[in-house]
Design a binder for this molecule. Structure first.
Ligand code: ATP
Ligand code: MG
Ligand code: MG
Length: 550
């Protein structure tokens, strides 16, 4: 399924292959297991796995697990599932940065022996003061000139648990005057007396991201280490470690623009607040732009991959209009989703020239172009149509509607003619009487009086009742993060409405996660967890037209 991309990273990879600099392309997708993946990660997944596919290389899935207190096995499992659901498979086994903790420790010792790293005992506040800022050069730590011997002993003491959290760090000796803050003797290791989900209580010191990432890339023979733009300033440090350590390869970092999408937030930290503060029911709530939330909402893997193709990859962070995501989704569902019928605002129609117990099974194709099979629809004396499809009086504007004396075609079924109707005390039409026009299954009426409109319907006696979960946008602002105050103040309090619909019986029997177009109503999906034949539950994925947005 690899589509040929011609983004700037793909061009670099092609050049490297052409020049012989690289013979086999190896990329990696390196999530930290501190939350669920979101639509922004999908862009990174499509890019990294896409490059590997396009150039017959490999892409690793590596958990960047250097902050154990925020990470968990739950997140690891969810991330693996999301990557595979999107249609990608990592090369070989799952990798963890923690697989390399021993090697990284040895690298740190090598750097100390070279006189390029030292243990520093400044308090975090002092260290901040010594570090300076953009306008102020830093000052050397008083611990900077410790001997190699002393540093080796001190680092060993750190590892042995002789320091409390925050009392000692290992730092690279680079340049406290550098205009790049990342080079002002960055921390390599800090003390954290916490259990790690992979290494248990083996370690009480953990390496920093910057000291871990490039070396892990080198160990895995990654050729193109692609990350988002905020790491641009870290590249000199990435290269410094690679050039100063006995690593087995020299990977190169490339940066691309992160995906920001309006009407949502794309940051795990913020998505976590929506979960923790119970604005949504969980990380995979259908309103969340997490991959698992989008999955439950009814997105298909292809729709997300196509969206990532559409937005492309560039060197700048842009805001993408959620309409593009909706377009990719609607296009995929329009092309591929089976059709079915559900009546949301039911109006009963009684066909008076049919017997009380009339039951005829009509066969209908699930899709007008694709071969998605057929289902049987019970056709009976009493039906439901949508309230909007009946008008008390004929008018040109409503010539496609059902009106006394006028005809309508029932989708995949016969032509009816309305004869009379009943109203309740509130003046609502509650029942329509009609007669069936003979010989109109797939045929025009013999008398030449053709119906103008086609409506969806279900049997009133043989349909099933389904719960519909109708979702709308989670935020009222297009840019909740840019509003004054807290982005949480711009949550849409009304983003879920629960209603019911009468559905064809065949739709009750479908597997969870089956996508449908409910004809003339919208795209719906059988809920991944709550749908069953006994209690059908469908989520609104998206409306049929652009004016009905996510
Ligand atoms: P967050 O800020 O949401 O926590 P992160 O960058 O810390 O995201 P990681 O788990 O470290 O999350 O990300 C794994 C990979 O996904 C990284 O290479 C990162 O650059 C990329 N990534 C994360 N968010 C986006 C985004 N919005 N657009 C594109 N790539 C992203
Ligand atoms: Mg990160
Ligand atoms: Mg983060």
């Amino acid at each position: 399924t690899a589509s040929k991309s011609n983004n700037f990273v793909a061009k670099i990879v092609q050049e490297d292959l052409d020049s012989g600099k690289v013979t086999k392309v190896v990329t990696r997708f390196p999530p930290e297991p501190n939350g669920y993946l979101h639509v922004g990660h999908a862009k990174s997944i499509c890019l990294n796995f896409g490059l590997a596919e396009q150039f017959q290389g490999e892409c690793n899935l590596r958990f960047d697990d250097t902050n154990p207190e925020k990470e968990s096995q739950e997140f690891i499992n969810a991330i693996k599932e999301d990557v595979q659901w999107l249609g990608f498979q990592w090369a070989g086994d799952i990798r963890y940065s923690s697989d390399y903790f021993d090697t990284l420790y040895d690298y740190a010792v090598a750097l100390i022996k070279d006189g390029k790293a030292y243990v520093c005992n400044l308090t975090p506040e002092q260290a901040d003061e010594y570090k300076g800022d953009f306008n102020r050069p830093g000052k050397n730590s008083p611990y900077r000139d410790r001997s190699v011997e002393e540093n080796l002993t001190e680092f060993e003491r750190m590892r042995a648990g002789e320091y409390e959290d925050g009392k000692a760090v290992l730092r690279a000796k680079i340049d406290m005057q550098s205009p790049n803050m990342n080079l002002r003797d960055p921390i390599m290791y800090r003390v954290r007396h916490v259990e790690h989900h992979q290494t248990g209580d083996k370690w009480c010191i953990y390496p920093m991201y910057d000291f871990t990432h490039g070396q892990s890339d080198a160990i895995e023979q990654v050729t193109h280490s692609v990350c988002t733009l905020e790491f641009e300033d870290h590249k000199p440090l990435y290269d410094w470690y690679i050039n100063n350590l006995p690593v087995p390869a020299k990977p190169t970092q490339y940066e691309f623009g992160r995906l920001n999408l309006n009407y949502t937030v794309t940051s795990k930290r913020k998505l976590k607040r929506l979960v923790d503060e119970q604005v949504v029911a969980g990380w995979d709530d259908p309103r969340m732009t997490t991959i698992s939330g989008m999955r439950r909402r009814g997105f298909t893997p292809a729709s997300i991959r196509n969206f990532c193709d559409m937005i492309g990859v560039s060197r700048s962070d842009g805001m993408v209009d959620v309409a593009m995501l909706e377009h990719a989704l609607r296009t995929d569902l329009n092309n591929n989703a089976p059709r079915g019928m559900a009546v949301i605002k039911p109006l009963k129609v009684v066909i008076e020239n049919l017997a009380e117990d009339h039951l005829e099974m009509l066969s209908a194709e699930y899709h007008h172009e694709l071969d998605l099979g057929t289902r049987e629809m019970p056709f009976t004396r009493e039906l439901y149509i949508d309230q909007e499809d009946f008008k008390e009086e004929y008018s040109k504007k409503f010539k496609k509607k059902f009106t006394p004396g006028k005809r309508i075609r029932l989708r995949h079924s016969y032509v009816l003619e309305a004869t009379s109707y009943e109203k309740d005390e509130q003046d609502n039409v509650v029942l329509v009487r009609a007669k069936l026009i003979e010989n109109t299954l797939g045929l025009d009426p013999e008398d030449g009086d053709k119906p103008k409109g086609v409506v969806h319907w279900v049997s009133a006696t043989h349909s099933k009742e389904a719960e519909l979960r109708v979702y709308s946008r989670l935020f009222t602002s297009a840019t909740p993060e840019k509003e004054e105050g807290d982005f949480m103040d711009h949550v849409n309090k009304d983003s879920l409405q629960i209603t019911t619909a009468f559905i064809e019986p065949a739709l009750a029997d479908v597997a969870p996660e089956s996508n449908f177009q409910f004809e003339r109503e919208g795209y719906y999906v059988a809920d991944r967890y709550d749908h069953s034949a006994e209690k059908p539950v469908f989520n609104l994925t998206i409306g049929l037209r652009e004016d009905k947005s996510l």
